[in-house]
Design a binder for this molecule. Structure first.
Ligand SMILES: Cc1ncc(COP(=O)(O)O)c(C=O)c1O
Length: 384
């Protein structure tokens, strides 16, 4: 390798405390436990860990994921699981299987902004689903689907992160979950439930998944080990009716190369079976809760009055700006003061919303979060 070739996606901006990245803190990546899992998988499975894998994913990981979903949510069978290279890959596969170019794919607002690019890669048109103060509005959604179909549009999919969502940290209320599932069933729209943050819960439990409420009809659930283990392993899963799992397993590139990320999948199976996943989750939940509390407390202490939510899960504080401030202007001033974040408009497919900012508390240490909040307070006071 030539010297100086990058290794990481992260770009360091010296002097800047960047609350924009949804990346893990380096000290919270399980380097030693993952090394042990890799060694364990190689000694348990030997050469089988290094050859072409079973197309939907190796049995030990499919069984472990199904068992884990059963224990934490309810409803999970190994033949419903397709192992992927992370949630992003899962979304690509589901969209590719269920939508055609020029179809409408509905997306929640605000929602995970990088899903927009993943979905657009498949040639679909993204349309914002209707929302109100409580999140996605199932009744208005029903009307929207009917209206789009009257215009001759196909509407096969809806994308949503209903549990500890990125960027809000909010979860869709229970009654809306049930209504949403009923609308999807009635209108024959498949909900793609991105459940990436289910295990990243700090207080109480996570709400029941849409998958569970729907008995697996009209919902495909996707998940990831990027937040709970490590993004670099690029490992995740799809939970879907077994016939869709079978379709994905017959895709040309899966047939050609075998199960996706097979060696890493077996290492994950060992990481899960040994109890390392459970132990690691206990540590990172505590550490990320501390980071959340540090950021929230520092923001609440600022002389400027802010309405600071404390999310029960996930990695983000979705901060409403005080009246009269625009996120774009605050961002420019904040960067002059050595702090950065993501403006709210990033998370809307329409680009609307200059009133919120997303602050990620995953990447910085508590002392840095404290200082970042102080700098943000200075920038907010200056931006009127
Ligand atoms: C809601 C959501 N889905 C998916 C991803 C990406 O997951 P992966 O790294 O497994 O592709 C993220 C990462 O930030 C996310 O926040």
């Amino acid at each position: 390798m030539r010297p100086g070739q990058p290794i990481l996606q992260y770009v360091d901006r010296p002097g800047l405390l960047d609350l924009g990245w949804g990346h893990p803190h380096p000290s919270l990546l399980p380097t030693d436990a993952w090394a042990a899992a890799t060694t364990g998988a190689l000694s348990t499975y030997g050469w089988q860990a290094l050859t072409y894998g079973y197309e939907p994913g190796p049995g030990p990981l499919r069984e472990w994921i199904a068992g884990h979903l059963n224990a934490t949510d309810g409803g999970g069978e190994p033949d419903e699981i397709f192992v992927t290279a992370g949630a992003s890959h899962a979304l690509t596969l589901v969209c590719g299987a269920l939508a055609r170019p020029d179809d409408v794919v509905l997306v929640d607002s605000p929602t995970y902004h990088l899903a927009f690019g993943i979905l657009r890669d498949q040639g679909v048109e993204l349309v914002a689903a209707p929302v109100d103060g409580g999140g996605l509005d199932p009744r208005a959604l029903d009307e929207q689907i009917v209206a789009l179909r009257r215009q001759g549009r196909r509407v096969p999919l809806l994308y949503i992160v209903p549990t500890f969502g990125n960027p809000t940290g909010h979860s869709l209320p229970d009654d809306r979950r049930r209504e949403l599932v009923a609308v999807a069933r009635r209108e024959k729209v498949t909900i793609v439930e991105d459940d990436t943050y289910r295990d990243m819960v700090y207080e109480g439990g996570a709400p029941p998944s849409l998958w569970q409420l729907s008995d697996g009809q009209s919902v495909v659930r996707i998940g990831s080990f990027a937040k709970t283990v490590a993004p670099g392993i690029r490992l995740g899963w799809i939970q879907a009716a077994p016939d869709l799992v079978g379709r994905l397993a017959r895709l040309g590139y899966v047939h050609s190369g075998g199960g996706v990320n097979h060696t890493t999948a077996l290492a994950m199976a060992a990481f899960g079976a040994s109890g390392a996943y459970r132990d690691h989750l206990t540590i990172i939940r505590r550490e990320y809760a501390t980071r959340r509390d540090t950021l929230v407390a520092a923001l609440r202490r600022l002389p400027i009055r802010l309405d600071v939510p404390s999310p029960a899960g996930g990695w983000f504080v979705w901060l409403p700006l005080p009246a009269g401030r625009s996120a774009a202007e605050v961002l420019a001033t904040a960067e002059e003061h050595g702090v950065s974040f993501m403006p709210g408009s990033t998370f809307h497919v329409t680009g609307a919303d200059d009133d919120h900012i997303r602050l990620s508390f995953s990447l910085l240490a508590p002392v840095e979060l404290d200082e970042a909040a102080r700098r943000l307070g200075v920038a907010l006071a200056e931006t009127l």
